[in-house]
Ligand binder design. Structure first.
Ligand code: FES
Length: 134
């Protein structure tokens, strides 16, 4: 049996997070009481991501997280996974999450879509940096 084309296959976890994205911000951002926002664009494809965090000031943990994007299916699934991984972590712990962690959580993205997982990852870093500057 030929293995050619296997790199085009999405895992069940990727499909689930794409079709049922967790922590996706529906509608206007004014409806979410966030502390900081991060915005990034993907230089490879030009897609954009916005990430919003609500931080527990005592524990420095991410209490809640929302996001929205013009990104592709892989970006949606990756950011959904990232939002689940990051929620409840301290800001320092959240900064240690890698694109590889997201890829593992999803059961691997096709190699040519790996760059899509970086979009949410960079938006989260930007949101944390903006929170710390405020
Ligand atoms: S192709 Fe742009 S984020 Fe996936």
């Amino acid at each position: 049996m030929s293995t050619e084309g296997q790199d085009w296959v999405y895992s069940e976890t990727v499909k689930d997070h794409f079709l049922n994205p967790r922590n996706f911000l529906m509608g206007d951002e004014s409806k979410f009481d966030y502390d900081a926002c991060g915005i990034v664009g993907n230089p490879i494809c030009g897609d954009q991501m916005k990430m919003y965090i609500k931080v527990d000031k005592k524990s420095d943990k991410i209490k809640d997280i929302k996001w929205k994007t013009y990104g592709c299916a892989s970006a949606i699934a990756s950011t959904s996974a990232l939002s689940e991984i990051a929620k409840g972590k301290t800001l320092d712990e959240a900064l240690e999450i890698t694109a590889e962690d997201i890829d593992e959580y999803l059961g691997k993205l096709p190699k040519h879509k790996f760059h899509c997982s970086i979009l949410g990852h960079d938006a989260l870093k930007d949101a944390i940096n903006n929170y710390r500057k405020s």
